[in-house]
Design a protein around this ligand. Structure first.
Ligand code: SF4
Length: 346
């Protein structure tokens, strides 16, 4: 299989193109075709000499994903895509429309090995990591389909970004580059279930991203039950890493908390959560739980969501309740891919 040319940075393309006997400035032109204009074939690169296009095409592909399925939500303009990769695997990408523009929720792995009990992506485990170019191509697929520019990115689709940290970081450096989409790092949110060494690495890099941690429980027993990663990195070490992240980056963190009826939504849970987050530069995002077929959980009712919110706000914590996006389109991540696998008898 040919290598994806979008896995290479401008500096790497310069070396490659120089070794092919062409001047280094051609690399920037190729990079612009790949990363800005989203060229799906070398033929589109009309200002690149034919000889260079031919040399590149012998070992590399420009990378482009095939839209296998598309579900458009009747509410809010959310679109969920199932995108086919070159090796026959598929990933989900979600487009969300906000007043400030388009936001793309990207996958970083095919499947996931973290085993979170609330999640459809966990079933079947991890198949493989996505390469930087494959993560990037999801953004271009959304832009190609809509004809509009994506201005924000959330790494919150299938996969744990910190379990594929090198490729995720390379993607972030690519998508923020001026020769590419030039998206501000402040407009990128990376969501983790709590991989502490990855959070520490991000803290050391001091990148101005928004880090979101899926918390879902304010105590170890319940959290380990919902998110097995908590057995490895319990709340004590997780909160310590988060505090260090805030300290080194100066960025406000987000804690995601999916409210599940009768499981983690009592007043006592809210009180424990506010104690856990006391004094932290953070924001809590309460998420009305999206039902996942085969899981025993149901969403907390609106009255209980409000009571939970007020309890946190009384403790001085900033809270938002995420609006329900695309409930009618298999909204929990992983559902569309799972359905496709079972329909194709895989
Ligand atoms: S919630 Fe995220 S980290 Fe957890 S299993 Fe699903 S995809 Fe993986």
């Amino acid at each position: 299989m040919k290598k994806n040319l979008k896995d290479y940075s401008l500096a790497e393309l310069e070396n490659m193109i120089r070794e092919m006997g062409h001047p280094a400035y051609r690399a920037r032109q190729v990079a612009e075709w790949l990363f800005q204009k989203g060229a799906a074939s070398f033929d589109e690169m009309t200002n690149i000499p034919r000889g260079l296009r031919e040399s590149l095409s012998t070992a590399y592909a420009p990378g482009a994903l095939q839209v296998l399925k598309k579900q458009v939500s009747g509410r809010g303009g959310t679109v969920k895509y199932l995108l086919g990769l070159a090796d026959g695997q598929a990933v989900e990408t979600v487009l969300m429309r906000y007043t400030y523009g388009l936001s793309a929720c990207l996958s970083t792995q095919v499947g996931c090995r973290m085993g979170c009990r609330l999640c459809a992506s966990a079933a079947g485990g991890k198949v493989r990591n996505l390469s930087p170019g494959e993560i990037y191509d999801q953004v271009l697929s959304v832009q190609r389909d809509t004809g509009e520019r994506v201005s924000r990115i959330v790494l919150m689709g299938t996969g744990e970004p910190l379990d594929n940290l090198d490729n995720t970081l390379k993607f972030i450096y690519l998508v923020t580059a001026v020769y590419a989409l030039n998206i501000s790092m402040r407009h990128i949110t990376l969501s983790t279930c709590g991989v502490v060494p990855g959070i520490e690495k991000l803290a050391n890099l001091k990148l101005p991203l928004t880090l979101a941690v899926s918390l879902h429980a304010p105590e170890d027993g319940l959290r380990s039950n919902l998110l097995p990663i908590n057995n490895r990195y319990p709340l004590g070490s997780l909160m310590e890493a988060c505090r260090r992240y805030i300290e080194t980056t100066g960025r406000r963190m987000t804690f995601e908390y999916a409210l599940i009826a009768g499981v983690n939504d009592s007043r006592e849970h809210a009180t424990k959560l506010s104690k856990l987050l006391r004094g932290m530069l953070c924001h809590v995002n309460l998420i009305p739980f999206n039902r996942v077929p085969g899981k025993p959980y149901t969403a907390t009712g609106p009255g209980t969501v409000q009571a939970f919110r007020q309890e946190l706000e009384r403790a001085g914590i900033r809270v938002t309740v995420r609006r329900r996006l695309g409930e009618d389109i298999d909204a929990a991540c992983g559902q569309l891919r799972r359905r496709n696998i079972s329909q194709s008898g895989d």
